[in-house]
Design a protein around this ligand. Structure first.
Ligand code: AMP
Length: 462
């Protein structure tokens, strides 16, 4: 029998059939190594990053154990960001679609509290949430975890980076001591070991090679003299490669904001993503980057987690990461899905020690390359392929993607091929349209009606 086949595990037949229907033919390495332990109820620490199949690894563990008839929270999955929590909940629901009446609830910060209380009153089997908000519900008594059997910490390293350790410890106080605890983390620093020691029992360690072999990504390094040259170098690299989507990493929130601002001043479609943004700005930023109306996203490491963008053409380290594992993690985001990506890193003399560390880690020499020709800066800046229009009506006003598409492409409208992603939020909606037709699109939507009503429409830009 194929040892990587899901059928080699003791999974309920419904779950197995569903895996096949989802096209999951074989286990990924992290699944093959962790699931046999997870399914016998052991505590497991697994080192693996996004894309490794880690979500399915712990989700199958939760689902195999779940008793649907017992309508109480049996599993809690903690994630660093709302985006990740949403993705995890989605994956759990996909894997659980053959189990009837299963209820998966997300409890995340930045979302209104009241509706969450309402949902909790209706009951749930699995809760996926961010630590701060989960802790708050526990303190208020709106969430009860007396019957919990499994706790999962997903991207535990990021939760610690984001300062969630006190919340994690507080949450652990509310949990039955007899439970299974699973911890997933891309890196395994000392702080994780200490958390594991406090909340886990004789955990089994599982480690898999990252999906990107660290030597296969083509990396370019550029030495800069000062911050002014750093900005010039960034502009030159963007102008040389003209990537459709670039993620620029900064080490601080302030720098991320400043770099994005400067790029916008130079005419680039750039946006900043960091922890200080209001939830609404954060949502808009992510929507604009994912729908290709912003081509450069300048982010801190913490904020970039949970970012689920399929194809990143380039990753640029505006500054080198504090540690080599984070560096590998950053550049691993380029060239997803087998595509070839570009990874560039800028560093100054002051960061030389990081270069030495990285040389050690990669086991190779790092040679600085010459920056692209300054002539590139005389050329017009390239633009994003799309623009985003914001409509002041969303789910609550019963606006659906089909309504927007219909209004845009109706009589004298723009061609359907010029319409990109559509996102519907509670009270507003976003639609991406090709840059060359955004004016007629704006006019068409502004003058037309959706659901028989007129809505205000505006162009969303930095
Ligand atoms: P994750 O690392 O959990 O973010 O998963 C990355 C992607 O791989 C998700 O889109 C999963 O749906 C998919 N996936 C997970 N396990 C498997 C598998 N065994 N075979 C095929 N796809 C998988």
């Amino acid at each position: 029998m194929n040892p990587a086949a899901f059928s080699s595990l003791t999974l309920k037949p419904d779950l197995l059939h569903n895996l096949l229907s989802l096209g999951y033919e074989e286990m990924t390495p992290i699944q093959a190594q962790s699931l046999p332990h997870i399914l016998v109820g052991k505590d497991v620490i697994a080192q693996g990053k996004t894309g490794s199949g880690k979500t399915a690894a712990f989700s199958l563990g939760l689902l195999e154990k779940l008793n649907v008839k017992q309508f109480q929270v049996q599993s809690l999955v903690l994630c660093p960001t709302r985006e990740l929590a949403d993705q995890v909940a989605k994956e759990i629901r996909r894997l659980a679609r053959t189990i009837h009446n299963i209820k998966v609830l997300t409890l995340c910060g930045g979302m209104p509290f009241g509706p969450q209380i309402g949902s909790l009153e209706h009951g749930a089997h699995i809760v996926v949430g961010t630590p701060g908000r989960v802790e708050e519900h526990l303190r208020k008594g709106t969430l009860k975890l007396n019957n919990l059997t499994t706790l999962v910490l997903d991207e535990a390293d990021r939760m610690l980076d984001m300062g969630f350790q006190p919340s994690l410890d507080a949450i652990a106080e509310y949990l039955p001591s007899k439970r299974q605890t699973l911890l997933f983390s891309a890196t395994y620093p000392a702080e994780i070991q200490s958390v594991a020691k406090r909340i886990m029992r004789e955990p089994i360690m599982v480690q898999v090679e990252s999906t990107h072999d660290k030597s296969t990504i083509q990396q370019h390094f550029f030495k800069v003299t000062d911050d002014k040259q750093r900005m010039t170098a960034l502009r030159l690299l963007l102008m040389k490669y003209q990537p459709e989507s670039t993620l620029v990493f900064c080490n601080t929130k302030r720098e991320a904001q400043e770099v994005a601002g400067e790029l916008v001043n130079y005419g680039f479609s750039a946006v900043a993503l960091h922890g200080d943004l209001e939830q609404r700005d954060r949502d808009q930023t992510l929507i604009r980057f994912a729908n290709r109306s912003a081509s450069v996203l300048v982010a801190t490491d913490v904020a970039a987690r949970g970012l689920d963008i399929e194809a990143l053409d380039a990753v640029i380290n505006y500054q080198l990461a504090r540690d080599s594992e984070i560096h590998i993690h950053r550049i691993g985001r380029t060239g997803r899905a087998g595509g070839k990506g570009i990874a560039c890193s800028l560093y100054s003399d002051r960061e030389h020690y990081k270069v030495v560390m990285l040389e050690d880690y990669l086991d190779r020499m790092i040679v600085s390359e010459a920056l692209p020709s300054m002539n590139l800066l005389d050329k017009p800046v390239f633009h994003s392929a799309m623009e985003t229009l914001q409509i002041d009506g969303g789910k609550k006003q019963k606006v659906r993607p089909g309504d927007i598409l219909g209004a845009l492409t109706g009589e004298n409208g723009i061609p359907g091929t010029a319409v990109g992603k559509i996102n519907i939020a509670d009270n507003c909606a976003y639609v991406a349209v090709s840059r060359d037709v955004y004016k007629p699109a704006l006019q068409k939507l502004g003058q037309g009606k959706l659901k028989g009503r007129s809505f205000r429409v505006r162009l969303l830009r930095s």
